[in-house]
Design a protein around this ligand. Structure first.
Ligand code: DAH
Length: 341
């Protein structure tokens, strides 16, 4: 009898040790089956209790129950501990690894034409010009007549100008904003007018819709020297002070005299190449002294007021500045192109 109780206690001690040694939920289950399962020694001893006398059965039964409770208790505790550890491991595996490099955010950026337009605006604003805007749908008066275009001038031809019903047209240049600015204010004034313009023309350097910046300065005793000084300062700030500038005589109905300004070729630095046609020079804008007839058309006294005007294409400036050889790239919105600016 004493040896039976001893065996029960020994079984219990061993079982508790096995339970504590179990390192996983699978192992704890194996231990449970081995210790408490139908074929375990403990279960077998339970069955054998029946063969004992009543007094012995009571004593041995008490010890057996004590051991069984202790084992069941320990199994529960160990299982809970192992489950908690498994959960903790799982959570640890899911946590954010803050040492991983981040994924770069894609940033949008301004379209190259907008960048160039803003640069042009900033340069002239710093010289005291302000910005004037006008409509893209114009009439003959603002786009042509007031700018001293004769009735038979080829620029009015259907081939260049997009005409709309009712005598309207899509402005072919930003020069009509000169007229609007002068009609709206009394001199002196100094404005630039950026905006969209339209011409029925399309190839690698012409787009049916493109952008220009117009400039106009009116004051007393304005000279060609003022014009040259302002435009040379502009060219040097836009392209770099290393480039030479030159003025060639030209013709526009709304200026007299008229000129075109060139800068030393930005591609070959004046040596001569395909882009500058071997001349070493690139035309960047048209300009001139405001024609007295234009002043009369807006009610300014040409004896009292003098002024200069200029106009440039934003696409052309951008193409020269960045060495772009096809104007259509600006309007295709290919990310591979836009990302380079
Ligand atoms: N309007 C002209 C064009 O579209 C550009 C131009 C030339 C504007 C001379 C001017 C100027 O104000 O004085 O080609």
């Amino acid at each position: 009898m004493a040896s039976l109780i001893e065996e029960i206690r020994a079984l219990g001690t061993q079982a508790l040790a096995d339970i504590r040694a179990a390192a996983s939920l699978e192992q704890i289950e194996q231990v449970r089956v081995a210790v408490m399962g139908r074929k375990s020694r403990l279960t077998q001893l339970m069955r054998e209790l029946g063969a004992l006398s009543e007094d012995e059965r009571r004593k041995a039964g008490m010890v057996l129950n004590e051991v069984k409770d202790a084992v069941a208790d320990e199994l529960k505790k160990r299982r809970a501990a192992l489950e908690a550890a498994a959960r903790a491991r799982e959570i640890a595996g899911q946590s954010v690894d803050i040492t991983l490099p981040g994924r770069a955010r894609l940033f949008g950026r301004r379209h190259p034409l907008v960048q160039v337009r803003r640069q042009i605006e900033e340069i002239f604003i710093s010289m005291g010009f302000s910005i004037a805007l006008g409509p893209e749908i114009e009439n003959d008066f603002h786009n042509f007549a007031a700018l001293n275009f004769p009735d038979e001038h080829p620029a009015r031809d259907m081939q260049d100008t997009f005409y709309l019903p009712g005598g309207w047209l899509l402005r072919t240049h930003t020069s009509p904003v000169q007229i609007r600015a002068m009609l709206a204010t009394t001199p002196p004034l100094a404005v630039i007018a950026p905006g969209r313009v339209y011409r029925a023309d399309a190839d690698v350097t012409h787009s049916p819709q493109f952008h220009q910046v117009e400039g106009l300065l009116v004051d007393r005793r304005v000279t060609l020297g003022d014009l040259k000084g302002v435009l040379e300062a502009f060219a040097h700030r836009m392209f770099g002070a290393q480039y030479q500038t030159r003025f060639r005589p030209s013709f526009f109905p709304f200026t007299e005299p008229s000129a075109e300004m060139d800068i030393g070729c930005v591609i070959c630095s004046g040596v001569g190449c395909r882009v500058c046609g071997g001349t070493g020079w690139l035309e960047i804008l048209g300009a001139g002294m405001v024609h007295p007839a234009v002043f009369e058309n807006v009610g300014y006294d040409p004896e009292k007021w003098t002024g200069f005007a200029f106009g440039m294409g934003i696409e052309r400036i951008a193409m020269l500045k960045y060495g772009i050889n096809d104007i259509r790239l600006f309007f295709e919105n290919d990310k591979r192109f836009l990302e380079q600016f």
